[in-house]
Design a protein around this ligand. Structure first.
Ligand code: ADP
Ligand code: MG
Length: 556
């Protein structure tokens, strides 16, 4: 039988070198990764069978089996999920396809630059998926047959440079068996008790039964409770189980910052188990603004890429929503326009905002850390979600010229000077640069607080919102930002001195206008400067300066 020899993508080779040599203390996580993949494969088969029932007709129920073989020194993990064909094997187990692994490689570059090491901890931080098998095995064989295919395939590698792919007869009827030939010093993973403990610690939330085939016993033993975690009563779920579920569904490895678990019954019945990560996911600011919460219908995974499920400004959410009131065979097009989903979207959005408000109130420091990571995304809701605008304004936090921390609009309003009739803000590329802006001098002299906004989205929402808590939002880089009505700290005579234009000033202004010609619209005397001689401002009604610069960069 012909055997194809293929080389790993260069990054995979480097990754495998690190993984195989790692003195990582938590090697047992390889089992979690393989079970997680097996469970995903079962989910995908179940979904495929909705439209092609022949894929599962008459076959055994979906399950995962762990089979330690002491005589051979190997550990087998099998599933009867979707399986992989030749091309799947080459693409999935030869390149870096998953975002977690890509993040690992990026983290590695970073760690190298900083201190020349750190790779070992990164394995736990990012997870390396299937490749973690090579922490405990010096040879890995994957036999797989894709559901509906007549031909099975065998992938084999010692994790050094390349792998082989060949046709295989010994593959299971459908699904995947992974055989780990354990390194001599890793034979502990043949011990059934050790395996059982690992499964209970990391994989109890898996909804497919996980069976352990013990040596000398006829019947395999089920190790997990095999019910979807979100259907279980909250009181029976431990924090560890929630965290492991998050790692599995989100393909993430940080600790979730917040979780939301709800079971709703009534006109609409649905359950949700949602998480807000503590670390920003890689694609957070990609232009597609893809959301990642998985949609299930009656415990069957449907899709993790459904725009209608949640608004884009909540795309940092991870987890699942399981709906009872949709047909299982719902098409993608129907999903986009489903009134059931739009109702769920509305009420889940409300729940998330409720939970954020509670955090903001009860744990302001922790809320600030959330805002620091995801505020730039949540703010998109200010111009996209009119219905929730007030609540989002209330949740928004800002840097300002008063202090270094985050502050809310209500706090800024409470600190306003007598006679101040607007929120003042300045936008730019970074808060640090903004603090140095000459446009702020006059405001600083009168001790008037200015919001410092450095997210690209700020340009857009301030224009759309216009007014907050009954007061207009005004850019300090516009001509019309007028400070004269605000009570200042200066002594009276000093103020008098200023309002009288010094002698010769008109001549100077005329000279500047003539010299600069069309480069500027006008040259005016202003109260807003203290120590700088000049600053640029936009005319009232013209585009804000920073917005103009942003748009010019994008050639619009
Ligand atoms: P991830 O699970 O994050 O995508 P992995 O490295 O764990 O990354 O797995 C890579 C890919 O290999 C998976 O996305 C999947 O397409 C495929 N794969 C791995 N194990 C299985 C399996 N048991 N059945 C089917 N496909 C699998
Ligand atoms: Mg995986």
């Amino acid at each position: 039988m012909s055997e194809e020899k293929l080389a790993f993508q260069a990054e995979v080779s480097r990754l495998l070198e690190i993984v195989a040599g790692a003195l990582y203390s938590n090697k047992e996580i390889f089992l979690r990764e393989l079970i997680s993949n097996a469970s995903d494969a079962c989910d995908r088969l179940r979904y495929a069978a909705l439209t092609q029932p022949e894929l599962t007709a008459g076959s055994d129920p979906l399950a995962i089996e762990i089979h330690p073989d002491s005589a051979a020194g190997s550990l087998k993990i099998s599933d009867n999920g979707i399986g992989m064909n030749h091309d799947d094997l080459v693409a999935n187990l030869g390149t870096i396809a998953r975002s977690g692994t890509a993040a690992f490689m990026a983290g590695l570059e970073q760690a190298k630059k900083e201190n020349g090491q750190g790779a070992v901890n990164l394995i736990g931080q990012f997870g390396v998926g299937f490749y973690s098998s090579f922490m405990v095995a010096d040879r890995v064989v994957v036999e797989s047959r894709k559901a509906g295919d007549a031909q099975g395939w065998r992938w084999e590698s010692d994790g050094k440079g390349g792998f082989t792919v060949a046709e295989s007869d010994v593959s299971p009827e459908r699904g995947t068996t992974i055989t780990l030939h354990l390194k001599d010093e890793e034979k502990e993973y043949l011990d059934p008790l050790r395996l059982e403990r690992i499964v209970r610690a990391y994989s109890d939330h898996i909804a497919v039964p996980i069976h352990l085939r013990e040596p000398g016993k006829e019947e395999p033993r089920q190790l997990n409770s095999a019910s979807a975690l979100w259907t279980r009563p909250k009181s029976e779920i431990t924090d560890d189980q929630y965290r492991e579920f998050y790692h599995h569904t989100a393909h993430a490895f940080d600790d979730p910052w917040m979780k939301l678990h709800f079971q709703v019954e009534g006109l609409l019945s649905y359950a949700g188990l949602l998480f807000i990560p503590s670390q920003p996911p890689m694609d957070l600011f990609h232009p597609e603004r893809r959301q990642h919460v998985k949609l299930y219908v009656k415990r069957v995974f449907i899709t993790d890429d459904n725009e209608a499920l949640l608004p884009p400004y909540l795309r940092f959410l991870r987890g699942i929503i399981d709906c009872e009131d949709l047909p299982l065979n719902i098409s993608r097009e129907m999903l986009q326009h489903s009134p059931v989903l739009s109702k769920i979207r509305g009420s889940v959005t409300k729940r998330v905002l409720d939970a954020l408000e509670e955090k903001a109130e009860k744990e302001p420091d922790s809320y600030s850390s959330f805002w620091e990571t995801f505020g730039g995304v949540l703010k998109e809701g200010l111009y996209e979600d009119h219905a929730n605008r007030e609540r989002l304004l209330n949740l928004a936090r800002f840097r300002s010229t008063q202090g270094d921390g985050w502050t809310s609009l209500a706090e800024v309003k409470a600190r306003m000077k007598e006679g101040q009739k607007a929120f003042y803000f300045i936008t730019g590329d970074s808060v640090e640069t903004l603090r140095q802006s000459p446009q702020l001098e006059g405001f600083a002299a009168k001790d008037v607080e200015v919001l410092l906004m450095a997210d690209p989205v700020d340009e857009f929402w301030v224009t759309a919102v216009g007014e907050v808590l009954g007061l207009p939002l005004k850019s300090v880089t516009r001509g019309g930002a007028d400070l004269s009505g605000i009570a200042g700290e200066e002594k009276e005579n000093e103020a008098d001195e200023k309002s009288a234009t010094p002698e010769g000033f008109d001549a100077l202004l005329a000279f500047l206008k003539l010299t600069l010609k069309d480069a500027v619209k006008d040259v005016r005397a202003s109260e807003r400067l203290e120590s700088s001689a000049v600053c640029l401002v936009a005319d009232e009604g013209d585009m804000d300066m920073h917005l103009e610069r942003l748009l010019r960069q994008h050639k619009q």
